[in-house]
Design a protein around this ligand. Structure first.
Ligand code: PGA
Length: 253
């Protein structure tokens, strides 16, 4: 079965105002998508109702995080049932900014994975090594461990709702994109782990994205790699160039 190309926009803590968010929505709504591609826009919680209301209906809306519980005394958190009630169908989990800045552990993320999938959300689960691991040749072991910690958290029958994003931390927001070889190689490493630890069917069907300084001028070559099934895009999802990246799906094999 073919894997449909998926491009996610990750707004992170952007933009600063509702006016700017509306402008970006207008830009996206007016753009022509020529490729066969699934598009998911992840935004801060406050902007999600606006996106649900105004963003073009052929694109999906995503949160960037959830809490592990349904509701209760967890000051500052937002939960999966709340997203359900706003019709938000996706969440990113395990972004390196949450792992490193907010100190989210593999164990905590595994709980979030189970919670999200049990509540009917689809997830974009992020993994990726720091520069130190890459420089010491430990990147495959590091990313393999992140994926192996996540695998048991996926409930039976839920792999169809899981997308994995490989995002080397040294490439995020730095303008230093991974080479097509590096992106392809890690995509293959992740797919091989899924084949060995879950099943060959799940490995063949699961989409593995690349993220880290994806731009309109480097996306076509990356999209052509066999184990790059789409992108997770940060900085370049905040302007009209995002549409060029969405349309790079035409270059996927
Ligand atoms: P970037 O971010 O495209 O700005 O490098 C990617 C991400 O962190 O998802």
């Amino acid at each position: 079965m073919g894997r449909r190309f998926l491009v996610g926009g990750n707004w992170k803590a952007n933009p600063k105002t509702i006016e700017e968010a509306n402008k970006l929505i207008d830009t996206f709504n007016g753009a022509q998508v020529t490729a066969d591609v699934e598009v998911v826009v992840a935004a801060p919680f406050l902007f999600l109702p606006l996106l649900k209301d105004r963003l073009r209906k052929d694109w999906a809306v995503s949160a960037e995080n959830i809490y592990t519980k349904d509701n209760g005394a967890y000051t500052g958190e937002v939960t999966a049932p709340m997203l359900n009630s706003f019709g938000v169908g996706w969440t990113i989990l395990g972004h390196s900014e949450r792992r490193d800045i907010l100190k989210e552990s593999d164990e905590f993320l595994a709980e979030k994975v189970t919670q999200a999938l049990n509540k009917g959300l689809k997830i974009i689960f992020c993994c990726g090594e720091h520069l130190e691991e890459r420089q010491s040749g430990q990147q495959n072991a590091f990313v393999s461990r992140q994926i192996e910690q996540m695998i048991p958290a996926v409930p039976e029958g839920k792999w169809g709702d899981v997308v994995i994003a490989y995002e080397p931390i040294w490439a995020i927001g730095t303008g230093k994109v991974a080479s097509t070889n590096d992106a392809q190689e890690m995509g293959k490493v992740i797919r091989d782990i899924l084949a060995a630890k879950v099943s060959p069917e799940v490995a063949a069907q699961t989409r593995i994205l690349y993220g880290g300084s994806v731009k309109p001028n480097n996306c076509n070559e990356l999209a052509a790699q066999p184990d790059v099934d789409g992108f997770l895009v940060g900085g370049a999802s905040l302007d009209a160039g995002f549409i060029n990246i969405v349309n790079s799906a035409e270059h996927s094999k």
